[in-house]
Design a protein around this ligand. Sequence first.
Ligand code: PGA
Length: 256
Amino acid sequence: MRLFFGGNWKMNKTTAEARTYLDTFLGPLSSYDADIVLFCPYMILPAASQKAKGTPLSLGAQNLYPKPSGAYTGEISPAMVKEFATYVLLGHSERRIYLGETDSFINEKVRVALREDLKVVLCVGETAKERKEGKSSAVVRKQLRACLKDIPGNNLNSIIIAYEPVWAISTFPGAKPAQPADAEEMHALIKGWFTKQYGKETRVIYGGSVKPDNCEELIVHQHIDGFLPGGASLDPESFLRIINRSLEARKRAKKP
Ligand code: PGA
């Protein structure tokens, strides 16, 4: 499957900083055969989309509110996102943990986003406690079932799953990247779930302490279709290195 690289900037960078970043980042992109997306803070999207025009870079928002318009102070509608972005990141564990987002609320957002022709990167992943208790597969299956409830299979081209175990996200205390074999096992499980549910697979990318130094050992695995780096996407050189090294490693591994 075509590789996908999404940079999750979280709540980082001003518009001026984003412009400087893009001055370095955009140049090399045309030589990469992959989908490359930056999930910027909303405030940066207008300037970034102007700079990205005519380049291979796509933009994504980090959230949206599942209503078309109205009295929802502080929220952003799908149509507002669509003016500047083609993707939206939903279900990230930071929103689940800090903002109390539930699977059913995330499901509402996925449905609305797809209806508005946005492409969705949906994050799933277990906590350290759940992994220790041997519940990783059950937790991820439950998240998929609930977050994708009533989503018909003809939407699958617009859905990418990001497997992001909470214990691997670099900013959480004690975080460490998943062992490649553990990530591969969960990716295979997620793809198996899709095949059973919809009769076909979708892309499954990995997120959680992805760095230029560990991307190669992950990407050579059969079911890992790309990455969602957070911290390592904040520096353009480091994100470019992840993309470049992953594509090279995949070529060497002769993965289809
Ligand atoms: P990280 O973040 O690469 O800094 O661990 C990934 C994410 O939370 O999406």
